[in-house]
Ligand binder design. Sequence first.
Ligand code: UGA
Length: 429
Amino acid sequence: MKLTIIGTGYVGLVTGTCFAEVGHHVICVDNDAAKVKMLQAGGIPIYEPGLDELVKKNVASGRLKFTASTAEGVQNSDVIFIAVPTPPQPDGSVDLSYIERVARDIAAAMTSYKIVVDKSTVPVKTGEKVAETIKRYCAAKVEFDVVSNPEFLREGFAVGDLMKPDRIVIGVASPRPAAAMKEIYTPFNAPIIVTDINSAELIKHAANSFLALKISYINAIATVCEAAGANVQEVAQGIGLDERIGRRFLNAGIGFGGSCFPKDLSAFIKIAEQIGYDFKLLKEVQHINADQMDRFVKKITDTLWVLKDKKIGVLGLAFKQNTDDVRSSPAIDLCQKLLKEGAMLRVHDPKAMDKTKALLPNVTYVDDLNAVAEGCDAIVIATEWDEFKQLDLARAKKSLTHPIMFDGRNLFDPVEMEKLGWIYKSVGR
Ligand code: UGA
């Protein structure tokens, strides 16, 4: 089918590319002309494993194109996906101005029947507003349908999540767009759930909030484990093997971050408030997440006492592994807290150092993971990158003034670390 994706951020670019990969003809639109130029020249503005090759392959096949013109995309497609940012506002509610702007642009360019699909994460009832807006601004007065089709891809695993989804959610108000949407997704061989538009919009916020809740739950269990002398990883394994619970997203650490969970939780709490429900459960999820970071910082200050002029090596800046994204990263938050106490930081991340430089100008960036510990009083692990497990522990031990490690992602075995002579503090063990 002929598809247009408006917005070439993580969601838009990966979605458009994967649609092209399964045989659709895709036009990706972005109003950032420099970004479009970069994409047209074969450059990729984000780090996402596997994306680079897939973009090149599909551009070469002629199925994937980039333009800065919304009209070009709309007029040459049957289905138009909106994948623009929905950033948080200071009160936690969602800024829908990009969605509204794009809805107007689509309406202005429409000269025949179109299906307009919202892929951005939006509050329930946004579909109704999009439909109203298109109707109002469509000079040609042509027919159209609005669909909600939330995405569930994780950064760092986006291509895999998109090519092999657990499920596809399609929210529609009539059968006509449902048939076209099913055709688009048939090549992905995933269960397709067709709902009304409000339910589809709610599924997205409910899913992300539940995953965040799962992380806060295990972090609260970690606190109990520390007080009781138990091991949170063993507890997670023991409860996770119950299929009703599941082991995934039960990794205790310094809390969740990123551009989705914190924002979507605040938004969902706000949406609930606006329709008359005080979502206390989700407020507690937020509190546990904030406390988790404070407790970790306290572990560091309890051990090192005064942080002023102490040198600390920090491994990890991205909000999680396999990405260069540092938006709402717990690792950056941790660095800022340590800097506030007067610590001096040597930091390393496999992919996110460039994006961090503006946020943390007064730290030393170290290219070699094994050189981070040099001259430091302690080393801290802040992101769950697999390569940190390969840290040369013998060299790090020699480089540090004292062999002290704070492992905020439970990458090492506490028993082994003690045997090797480390003062090793992790989370919930
Ligand atoms: C999340 C959801 O997992 C996706 O399904 C969803 O599509 C996406 O948001 C979105 O709304 O666009 P993402 O933000 O890319 O994906 O990252 P996750 O892999 O979910 O991790 C979020 C945070 O939770 C990270 O900071 C990670 O370190 C933390 N986390 C995750 C834990 O602390 N423990 C865990 O067990 C799992």
